[in-house]
Design a protein around this ligand. Structure first.
Ligand code: MSK
Length: 627
């Protein structure tokens, strides 16, 4: 087993709420992710090193470098096997984000064609601005503009793309570098498919070439599918602006019908939110004995509603099973990604309805509703009514909500950040030059049961803000930061003197919540805005990224598109590549000479903070600034 991956007895005890609910789950005879991890331990060392291959039936093969089993049946050695596996891993993550983005483009298209009345354009100005950016007619009938923007993005999903529409946002130097390396992404669907093709036996047998195509694939996500997901979500549901709300399991209400929206897409969850405000359904809830209907979020669907509507966030990835264990959840309404199959079984031990809404996400045993833009309003009403019915069956003796909610601030879209600065990045650039903000780090992503829950996110953020480095946060790291008091202006008390004073003046937290996992596209876009304004490539900026507790293929895609964009990225756990010295060295060093950034792997969050601080100091010095 890899040294980074040892589950610790205390790993489940990081937060008060986790520990107490684990005790309840144990008393009720339930098995949770931590228990399943323990049963899976020790995990397969070959898989952990990336040295197993099951891509054909001459195998499966396990490569043992240095021994007489150093090649698979086809002749692939350790480097090639690792590169093939890593390429497919990144393709999986890129495909997931980008397919999510496509769903938003499809809703925009349906709005443009007048085929849905459930959805509308909430931010017409952003839509027209995008049309202008894409070189399309931006005035006139809003539906025609919506249709044209959607059609332009559909082209980007295909082989007919004239060049991804969002690439124009990048500094010229970065685009020239990608062209030189032949990693400029072409079609959003094309790159992951080509990765599957290249990694079929007997196609691309050069590990370096495969790694470069992995970078290209991830870029089709970051500057393509994910960016489309973010931008079109803003158009349809509104550009986020700062709001105050609450986080942790305390957002569940003992006297209300509690519905948790889970997954990644705002498409269905926005409809559930609207249905929960329906007077008729509210009256039914009251008749059932509830004081009202309470919607709260999980994972990135939660982040979407949190950013735009201030809907409270019940928890992140490793809290999802435990939310049901509270006994206070009437329904979990799930779309796709990061939804543990175990939730169905745990829900069956309570009165909780587990509802799926996407034709892509099937969970045997779930209540299945196939949402489309045409039927979304009607089905949302049915789902909320199902939860109201479930409330009647809630067992008050099983209800246990172990904590009080914590206040947070959210909604820091790029528009909100730049808007607060007078519409230009110049005040931020001046603050960076003066060292008030020495740099910025995006802390993104998941929890992993192999690590002490939330601890790595929080300890890293504390280490960075102490050194006057601003932190931007997305995804499941958000609730960790919130619980630690870092998402409120008072969090400035934990920051260095200069950053703290800026936060107090502006009334902002030292850690800014910028969205869900697709919204990491906001971070790379902001980097491009800063680089263009300063007149440098993105790799020259005093910025970095980090995924301290990551688990998913999508996180690997995010990390790689950040690095390929020129942003050095820290990982708290290594990817499954350590079986290849060539691929590992490329990731942690060689990429610096290729794309001007690389990965840092460091499990200790304090040491990681020190490494990122040193990286930022070096970038500042290279720009002629005080480190
Ligand atoms: S939900 S990818 S556990 S952030 Fe986006 Fe959270 Fe990571 Fe899933």
């Amino acid at each position: 087993m890899c040294e980074f991956a040892k589950p610790s007895a205390e790993c489940s005890m990081w937060t008060q709420e986790t520990g107490r609910l684990i005790d309840k789950a144990r008393a009720e005879g339930l098995t949770l992710a931590w228990d399943r991890l323990a049963k899976q331990t020790p995990q397969c060392n070959f898989c952990e090193m990336g040295l197993s291959c099951a891509k054909c039936v001459m195998g499966p093969c396990r490569i043992i470098p240095g021994l007489d089993r150093d090649k698979g049946v086809c002749g692939a050695n350790a480097d090639l096997t690792v590169a093939r596996n890593f390429g497919r891993f990144v393709a999986g993550g890129s495909a997931a984000h980008s397919d999510h983005g496509r769903d938003l483009v499809e809703v925009l298209y349906e709005i443009g064609c007048g085929k849905t009345t459930a959805y509308e354009i909430r931010d017409e100005a952003k839509l027209r601005k995008l049309a202008e950016e894409f070189g399309l007619k931006s005035d006139g009938d809003v539906k025609a503009v919506a249709k044209a923007v959607a059609e332009r993005l559909f082209l980007d999903y295909s082989s007919l793309s004239p060049g991804l529409a969002f690439l124009k946002r990048l500094p010229k130097a970065r685009l020239e570098l990608w062209d030189k390396l032949a990693i400029t992404p072409r079609g959003i669907d094309r790159e992951p498919v080509e990765m599957l093709h290249r990694t079929h036996m007997g196609v691309d047998c050069d590990p370096v070439s495969l790694c470069l195509h992995a970078a290209r694939t991830s870029l089709s996500d970051g500057w393509g599918g994910s960016m489309a997901g973010t931008e079109i979500s803003d158009v349809i549901f509104g550009v986020p602006s700062p709001n105050k709300t609450k986080v942790n399991l305390g957002v569940l209400k003992t006297d209300m019908v509690n519905i948790l929206v889970h997954g990644h897409s705002p498409v269905v969850s926005e409809m559930i939110l609207a249905a929960a405000a329906d007077k008729e359904i509210l009256a039914e809830a009251k008749k059932a004995g509830a004081a009202g209907i309470n919607i709260a979020g999980l994972c990135c669907t939660g982040n979407e509603l949190l950013m735009r509507r201030g809907v409270p966030l019940a928890g992140n990835h490793m809290m999802t099973e435990l939310t049901i264990v509270t006994g206070a959840v009437e329904a979990i309404v799930a779309d796709y990604q990061c939804i543990m199959p175990s939730l169905v079984n745990i829900a069956q031990c309570y009165h909780t309805k587990f509802v799926t809404t996407s034709d892509k996400g099937h969970f045997p045993g779930a209540e299945r509703f196939h949402f489309t833009p045409e039927n979304a309003r009607e089905l949302a009403g049915q789902v909320v009514r199902l939860a109201v019915e479930a409330f009647k069956k809630r067992d008050p003796n099983k209800v246990f909500i172990p904590v009080e909610p914590v206040e947070i601030m959210s909604g820091f879209s790029n528009e909100a950040i730049l808007g607060a600065l007078g519409g230009t990045p110049n005040p931020l650039i001046e603050a960076i030059k003066a060292g008030t903000v020495r740099g910025a780090v995006g802390i993104v992503g998941c929890n992993n049961p192999k690590l002490k829950q939330d601890h790595h996110h929080v300890a890293l953020a504390q280490e960075l803000i102490k050194k006057d480095i601003l932190v931007l946060v997305t995804g499941c790291a958000t609730s960790a930061m919130g619980k630690a008091g870092l998402l409120v202006p008072e969090g400035a008390d934990q920051a260095g003197e200069k950053l703290a004073s800026l936060c107090r003046t502006l009334g902002i937290p030292p850690v800014l919540h910028v969205g869900s996992c697709v919204d990491n596209s906001r971070i790379i876009q902001l980097c491009a805005v800063l680089a263009n304004a300063i007149g440098v490539d993105i790799s020259a900026l005093p910025v970095a990224a980090s995924a301290p507790e990551w688990y998913s293929e999508k996180a690997a895609a995010i990390g790689l598109y950040a690095v390929a964009t020129g942003i050095t990225t820290h990982l708290g756990l290594p990817p499954l590549i350590l079986g290849s010295p060539l691929v590992t060295n490329l990731a942690v060093a060689g990429l610096n000479d290729v794309v001007g950034a690389c990965f840092i792997v460091e499990p200790d969050p304090v040491k990681a903070g020190q490494l990122l601080d040193a990286h930022i100091a070096a970038k500042r010095q290279a720009l002629g600034l005080q480190p």
